[in-house]
Design a binder for this molecule. Structure first.
Ligand code: HPA
Length: 269
């Protein structure tokens, strides 16, 4: 793996002389934050050695390097989901690469189903903690001591300073943020009513099919993480059935607020 990553890094460095400070993973319907980046260079995943290639509708599949709110960023426009058939190593490979490129912080966004009954479709939830319910873990297998320890601790997976900053920025801009625990599942099925109820009782406020693997790998490398989730459907207290289209629509509607929070946070870092 180390050799593969080195190959990937060598290629990227050949293409662009730019050391990003912040990495951003743009999830479902949120890829347009990339439009606010003053782009220095984009690299298509298909051209990057050892990078998996994105298959999901609405995902572009490129790394965007540039300036956002005065910070040097690299954004992943399109991410890899476990339900697409990628291995955990493939799902999390880009996070290793971004860290090796020099990022000091990882920002992640995603879409999720709400289970906290005080949430509404379109709300933005700051992720304060997660439950890994993938039934596997991206760190299973040989440990690379160069990256981090065999048994990484996860007591503060989501950096408290960033969570505090997000609420400060939101208040200044009259944006209402929710906060809560995200449970990560494989998908691709949405949950049964009994599953939503079960996850809620287990302590989760929102459920989604991403983020947890990437965050585990980021924390393995001691990379501080900030994550936002758009509530695109409610799993509890409704008889509406979630669909991919509805998820994309709700995510797109919440996008301007989400984008603003991230841009304002970057200014303060
Ligand atoms: N469940 C799982 N993943 C999701 C959901 C959901 O209800 N909404 C968006 N992603």
């Amino acid at each position: 793996m180390l050799q593969k990553i080195q190959q990937t890094i060598n290629y990227i460095r050949q293409c662009i002389d730019f050391e990003p400070e912040v990495g951003i993973i743009l999830g479902t319907g949120l890829g347009n934050l990339a439009n606010d980046i003053q782009v220095e260079k984009t690299l298509s995943y298909a051209d990057i050695p050892n990078f998996p290639v994105s298959t999901v509708q609405g995902h572009k599949g490129q790394l965007v390097f540039g300036m956002l709110s005065g910070k040097k960023v690299v954004a992943m426009q399109g991410r890899f989901h476990f339900y697409e058939g990628y291995s955990m190593e493939q799902v999390t490979y880009p996070v290793r690469v971004l860290k090796m490129l020099g990022i000091k912080m990882l920002i992640v966004s995603n879409a999720s189903g709400g289970m906290n009954t005080s949430f509404q479709v379109g709300d933005i939830m700051v992720i304060t903690d997660h439950i890994n319910h993938f039934g596997t873990n991206p760190l299973i297998g040989k440990n690379y001591d160069e990256f981090g320890p065999r048994f990484p601790e996860m007591s503060e997976a989501y950096d408290k300073r960033f969570i505090k900053l997000a609420f400060e920025v939101a208040e200044k801009n009259n944006i209402h943020l929710q906060k809560g625990v995200y449970i990560g599942v494989t998908g691709p099925t949405f949950e049964t009513p009994a599953e939503y109820k079960f996850f809620h009782i287990a302590g989760a406020d929102a459920v989604g099919m991403s983020t947890v693997p990437e965050v585990i790998v980021a924390r393995h490398m001691s990379l501080p993480v900030f994550a936002l989730s758009v509530i695109t459907d409610m799993g509890i207290g409704t008889t509406e059935k979630p669909t991919h289209e509805e998820v994309q629509k709700a995510a797109a509607a919440a996008e301007p607020k989400m984008t603003l929070v991230i841009k304002e946070m970057l200014k303060e870092l």
